[in-house]
Design a protein around this ligand. Structure first.
Ligand code: ZN
Length: 84
């Protein structure tokens, strides 16, 4: 049935976020970088993550319209609203 089920649940994928945000300590970083050489999935995930964030940083001001409707940004006034 699923002949192309090469999706590997990799434990290190949980650290991708932290690694990308440089929240890992030196030892964890080294182990993660070592793992990147062997893992078939993590490098791709990391590359996608980096491409996404760099695209956000390089977003041209033209695409971010300064016209902010006053009705927006009002959903977080509640103190119990904690965005993730
Ligand atoms: Zn991996």
């Amino acid at each position: 049935m699923s002949a192309c089920a090469v999706m590997i649940e990799c434990d290190f994928q949980l650290q991708l976020d932290a690694y990308h945000d440089r929240e890992l300590d030196a030892e964890s970083r080294r182990r993660f970088e070592q793992h990147l050489k062997d893992c078939p999935t993590c490098p791709g995930e990391l590359a996608a993550m980096q491409a996404l964030s760099s695209r956000i940083e390089a977003a041209t001001p033209d695409e971010i319209r300064p016209t902010t409707p006053s009705q927006s940004a009002s959903h977080c006034e509640r103190p119990d609203c904690s965005p993730r």
